[in-house]
Design a protein around this ligand. Structure first.
Ligand code: CTP
Ligand code: CA
Length: 225
């Protein structure tokens, strides 16, 4: 299937992609996680590479094969992901954050496996917003794309995230549908920028990766004329 964008249109770019769901330890054997499979981020990494980019893929644990030709930086927690992203940010010309990052971590991680005794409360504290920090620390000209997982008021919430985080674009997904979004082969949503919205109808995550990169390419071209 030769798509129109299937050329070297990302040659000269370094694309930093985050993917997968982070894990926050509770004790040595348990963690707080989420249903992200990593497929969307991996598809974007692979497509960007095929289109000529150098790709750095910061990946939370997934059960997917590493995409050929991408540099993989494995991480587990939100804090580790943040460290890896900040370390590599200066190299990136385009950042795409498809990872599902935990919003909270456990304040006191137990050194020993917790026992089945009585009631238990976990004290949580917020993690850093990696995307917002990335947008703040970027070099001029670095294009930043976030994702937004929403279950209601999808477009309005997506637009609010775009503004709040100071990014160039947000791919919003309605994750309330079981056919698309988390842990599915398919996805659907919208590509939001300050200037408009492009519908991304239900399609495979591989196809959507191509569409997202087409939009990124367009944004970048507009930005540099
Ligand atoms: N994100 C991040 N660091 C976090 C949480 C989220 O970088 N600690 C990034 C995700 O990778 C994604 C974007 O922010 O690109 C939006 O994630 P989402 O969970 O939809 O938004 P939040 O800002 O966490 O807001 P909320 O979960 O309250 O809707
Ligand atoms: Ca969140």
């Amino acid at each position: 299937l030769a798509r129109s964008g299937e050329k070297d249109d990302f040659a000269g770019e370094t694309v930093l992609v985050t993917a997968g769901g982070t894990r926050e330890a509770i004790d040595p054997v348990r963690f707080i996680g989420n249903r992200s499979s990593g497929r969307m981020g991996y598809a974007i990494a692979e497509a960007a590479r095929r289109r000529g980019a150098r790709v750095i893929l910061v990946s939370a644990p997934v059960s997917l094969a590493a995409p050929a030709g991408c540099e993989i930086v494995p991480v587990v927690s939100a804090e580790e992901m943040r460290g890896a992203v900040m370390l590599r940010l200066a190299e990136a010309t385009i950042v795409v954050m498809a990872a599902a990052v935990s919003d909270y971590r456990v304040k006191h991680v137990a050194e020993q496996k917790l026992k089945r005794t009585g009631e238990r409360m976990l004290e949580l504290e917020p993690t850093e917003d990696i995307l917002a920090e990335t947008a703040k620390r970027r070099r001029e000209g670095t294009l930043i794309v976030g994702f937004a997982a929403e279950t209601e008021n999808v477009l309005a919430n997506g637009r609010a995230k775009l503004e709040r985080k100071g990014v160039d674009a947000v791919v919003v997904n309605d994750v309330s549908s079981s056919e698309t979004g988390f842990d599915s082969d398919q996805n659907a949503g919208s590509f939001l920028t300050r200037d408009g919205v492009t519908e991304l109808p239900v399609m495979s995550k591989v196809e959507m990766a191509g569409r997202i990169l087409d939009e990124v390419r367009r944004l970048r071209t507009v930005a540099t004329v």
